[in-house]
Design a protein around this ligand. Sequence first.
Ligand code: 1BN
Ligand code: ZN
Length: 362
Amino acid sequence: MKRHRTSDTTHGTTRDTSAASVFHTSLLCAVLFMPLSFIACPGDTMSSRQPTSNAASETNTTENNSSNNPSAAVIAPSNFDGERAFAHVREQVAIGARPAGSPALARARDYIIKQLRAANLNVTTDEFRQPTPLGERTFVNIIAELPGESADQLVIASHYDTKYYRDMNFVGANDGGSSTGVLIELARALAAQNRKPRLTLKFVFFDGEEAFCENWDDCSKPNQPDNTYGSRRYVRAAIERGELGRIRALILLDLVGYKDLEFPRDSNSTSWIVDTIWRTAAELKHADVFVNSEEAIDDDHTPFLEAGVNAVDIIQLSSYPHWHTAEDTLDKISKRSLQIVGDVMLASIPRIEERLATTRPR
Ligand code: 1BN
Ligand code: ZN
């Protein structure tokens, strides 16, 4: 595994975010002032944080297509609720350690599926067996679908397993829990919006991201890594169905809830997607979180990249001091961090869809 840091930044100040109530006010205002959508709604933190120069700066870049659709440059109010996301993380952590194949992971799965169905999403599971260094194991990916104007897919994903340790109670509040909580809430928020997505959104909860052996590659063999079991299965199944070309991009979330949130750019990820997300984060005044240092990360996006699919990993690894320790517990997670990630994702997804919908698939 290759990782390096090239620069550091400082952390920003805290800010109150009560997104749900803001969203209701914003929605009412947005409806009333729809024809005058450049007017910021009172109390609408998203609109009031939106610089008026966004449209101009976006149309001047090569990697966006907002010149075809000027409204794509406008960031809609966020209906992502960090409190709900945090409650999902708490429920996952309360289940305890959730390694692949365990009864605890089956309970976590039941919880996730129940939440997704309550959000009116079509939910399916894909169960499969694979050899592992500990013998053959059963894995189950969870897939929720929000149909779009096109059958082409944008996959938004997290792993929901936690790393297996023989002698450690590893509950993975940040590593497994945080991204699962954000993804459940993102799915709810997007399904609750009136807008039909341009692309079909697949919310995928990968099983078996974690290695069974101590380190990521300790027990990997050629063509048989001891990690990324669920994501490799997802890509393999799409290839076998002749549907790989339908997967236009993957947005992967991993370790997204730390109180001192800071994401480097992953240099393995598709650069225009990284640029789109980082620029959107800066417009939302989160440049202190989405920083300009670089790391090269191997994760569930790797099988997608290897298959030629655009992919990005939003991950805080080297600056998370509790990674793969018994201290990766709920007290390390903040609602505000979950809110930031949710807000940036909700604002970035339409821009990524826009670019994909107006460019030719492979
Ligand atoms: C992420 C969270 N990963 C494991 N848990 C993947 C990874 C492993 C990334 C080792 C870098 C190094
Ligand atoms: Zn891990």
